[in-house]
Design a protein around this ligand. Structure first.
Ligand code: GDP
Ligand code: IMO
Ligand code: MG
Length: 420
């Protein structure tokens, strides 16, 4: 068997959580491979709404195993809060979740370093979720980090104290006041709770599952334009969010990748700083935020909004070898008279469809306009029932990108989804 992957193709929040939840019944295992609690994946069903940060989105299906892979970074405090919510629903998370021994731990001081570093950047700040993601991956690549498997070592607390003290010395360069005592106490309790879980060598477990013909869905976090290598650097996250990230973050050979589902919103959003060529700072942008309820699932920050950018989309589809497109939130356009999509960039008077090294103020989007369908689409379940204007819009995107659109999500709800 091969592993299928769900990826976000924009700046995150494309609706990956909902899509993973919709696809889960076709799989035996759902596995997160990168990122951490900077993610906020929303799932809605049976009049309930959940936001998952670290726990994979297959958790609500009783027969599914959920793996937190080696590429993920874990904050035991945030994980603990998620687990408590699940327990209140009668779910025993220890029964459904397996955690890689090689996943790195976010320490309380990683969060402080994140906050101090952002505060020191002033206007050039990244707009981080301040969950300690960057500093934790820095300690991973700097070969200082602590991993889940280390919790089992007799000298774990000693090693924790040593790393914490390194951080305290590092923090002296910032004029930043902090107090970690309360968070640290909850963190240490979270570490104790983690011991109830099965720590696994996920690379062995995953490959064995595939050998046993089990079906695995890998769940990406963030979006391809936030990828540390290919995103809008330095306004990115600190992990590889693209398809290859699943190989690294789970111990999968590239030959074991099957379908690559690329999820995109019918428009673009971005939360945090950084370039956004098609951003709308006008009434239409405000309407997208209002109708699309574009407020961060993790930080509650208003999301920046703008038109769909096909130059960027084609770039991210190419890098990940996306085999099937999934579009979410086109229902947000139901009342719009016209809809625009960016089909090229004009840079100093020259048109290009290449995503440039830097998206600076010289990059001016070139738009194609589409007629709105002016019809509510959330109750439609079949592709054939969609308004002709929406079908034209979809056909144009498929032709431009060169990949078929297989799923159209028409509301936050699990059941309101069109599969072609
Ligand atoms: P993720 O991080 O990619 O999982 O996405 P988020 O959960 O952060 O943000 C997506 C938001 O859009 C959530 O509030 C979802 O409930 C919602 N959503 C997902 N699909 C659709 C859709 O097709 N239509 C509408 N209107 N909302 C959707
Ligand atoms: P999901 O999985 C949207 C953004 C932050 C910031 C930048 C770096 O829900 O799609 P970090 O905390 O990683 O240091 O922040 O990345 N960011 C996200 N934006 N969705 C996410 O996750 C994000 N995770 C991080 O806003 O601009
Ligand atoms: Mg999100």
């Amino acid at each position: 068997m091969k592993t299928d992957i769900v990826l976000g193709l924009q700046w995150g929040d494309e609706g990956k959580g909902k899509i993973v939840d919709v696809l889960t019944p076709h799989y035996d295992i759902v596995a997160r491979f990168q990122g951490g609690p900077n993610a906020g994946h929303s799932l809605e069903f049976d009049d309930m709404k959940f936001v998952l940060h670290t726990v994979p989105s297959g958790i609500f299906h009783s027969s599914i195993k959920n793996i937190i892979g080696n590429g993920v970074v874990i904050d035991p405090v945030i994980l603990q809060e998620e687990l408590d919510q699940l327990r209140k629903l009668g779910i025993d998370p220890a029964d459904r979740i397996l955690i890689s021994k090689k996943a790195h731990l976010i320490l309380p001081t990683h969060r402080i370093i994140d906050a101090a570093s952002e505060a020191s950047k002033g206007k050039t700040k990244i707009g981080s979720t301040l969950k300690g993601i960057g500093p934790t991956y820095m300690d991973k690549t700097g070969r200082n980090g602590l991993r889940v498997g280390d919790i089992l070592a007799d000298n774990f607390i000693e090693r924790y104290e040593a790393l914490k003290n390194k951080h305290i010395i590092f923090l002296r360069q910032f004029d930043y006041e902090y107090n970690i005592e309360e968070y640290e106490a909850t963190w240490l309790k979270g570490i104790e709770d983690l011991r109830k879980f099965q720590f696994i060598d996920s690379e062995y477990v995953i490959n064995q599952y595939l050998d046993d013909n089990k079906r695995i869905l890998a769940e990406g976090a963030q979006g391809s334009l936030l990828d540390i290598d290919f995103g809008t650097y330095p306004y990115v996250t600190s992990s590889n969010t693209i398809c290859a990230g699943a190989c690294i973050g789970l111990g999968l050979a590239p030959t074991r990748i099957g379908e690559v589902y690329g999820v995109y919103k019918a428009y673009c959003t971005r939360v945090g700083s950084g370039p956004f060529p098609t951003e709308l700072n006008d009434n239409e942008g405000e309407e997208l935020r209002r109708i699309g309820r574009e407020f961060g699932a993790t930080t509650r920050r208003p999301r920046r909004t703008g038109w769909l950018d096909l130059v960027a989309l084609k770039y991210t589809v190419t890098i990940s070898g996306v085999t099937q497109l999934i579009m979410t939130k086109s229902d947000v356009f139901d009342t719009f008279d016209t809809i625009k999509v960016c089909v090229a960039y004009s840079i100093k008077g020259k048109e290009t469809t290449m995503f440039p090294f830097e998206l600076n103020d010289d990059v001016i989007p070139v738009y194609k306009e589409f007629k709105g369908w002016k019809k509510e689409i959330s109750k439609l379940r079949k592709y054939d029932e969609l308004p002709a204007e929406l079908k034209d819009y979809i056909k144009f995107i498929e032709d431009y990108i060169g990949v078929p659109l297989k799923i159209i999500s028409v509301s936050p709800n699990r059941d309101e989804t069109i599969i072609r």
